[in-house]
Ligand binder design. Sequence first.
Ligand SMILES: Cc1ncc(COP(=O)(O)O)c(C=O)c1O
Length: 365
Amino acid sequence: MSDGTRLIRAGLPEPEQGAPFMPGPAFAAPFHLQGEVDTSEWSYTRYGNPTFARYEAALSELEGGEVVIFATGMAAAAALLLTGLSPGSAVAMDHGCYLGVRRLAKTHLEPRGVDVRLAAPADLEGAVSGAQMLWMESPSNPKLEVYDLAALAEAARAEGAVTVVDNTTAGPLYQKALDLGADFALTSATKHLSGHADLMLGYVATRDAERAQELRDWRTKAGSVPGPFEVWLAHRSLPTLGLRLERASANALALAETLSGRDDVTGVRYPGLPGDAGHEIARRQMQGHGTIVAFDVGGRQRAERFLQAAELVTEASSFGGVQTTAERRARWGGDDVTEGFIRLSAGCEETADLVADVERALDAL
Ligand SMILES: Cc1ncc(COP(=O)(O)O)c(C=O)c1O
């Protein structure tokens, strides 16, 4: 069965006469719990919740590993970094990976004696020598660099290091990070997985049952659990993930092609473009090329004016929602991008309308 079909019913209970397809969220802090504590039962939502369990089971079917959900993608990242590294250990990190992860590692791990090695893609393999963890992101946010995940994971394994792939930009439908050799696949479900720009959520997938339990224990101790309603909403959005990605990726490709053909736009990056530097590797390791396009419109002012002029492009951070959004990434600082660099997340509008709107906004500059 293909994933697109599997996710339609993933995590739903067996049919029961008169019952809804998907039970409502279990709104509970404590559950009834009389007498001795039985850890196989629901006790207190920080320890677990049936709504979490259903969504985790659904995601496990897509990931091919055990899944532990967290309050946000960053909560999942913190769990991996803090349970996987200790004073005296080292992590080799792709220097173009998500800003929040780099900052967390630099400001909270480095002062506690963890060697945080930020490295350019070409130097990642060298940087993993003697390290306990390799952390990479492909395609990376925001520059859409593509790395050979299988080759790098193999190099890490040879060094005795575990590999974490932040799979957020591709997601489990378009990139099977565990199959490519990652020990852990991290996804911010705030993005495509929930898909409506209305909640925060994250998760880790792994085939190591012991480490999954360790992450679950961390979640209980640190209290980084999501709310049941957010989890229920995300699960409700899962059956449409394939449809949403199909339309949004087609829109991203159409935009990338249009932008590449213009003289007033440079540096177009989209792994689905045959001429893109990452295309060959992306073709090998991804099942779809995703919804994000990066390009440069030539300076800060032009970028700001473009974002104001485009009516179907909402100026906002984040990506993976049904509405097309974009931002001038340099406004945050901390990413190695030019002033006119724009990261655009294609939504589910009709392709012709979206392309026409972007062309009109560029023509107006
Ligand atoms: C690649 C990547 N990883 C992790 C995160 C963090 O996810 P969250 O915002 O859900 O904490 C983000 C957020 O933008 C991201 O882009």
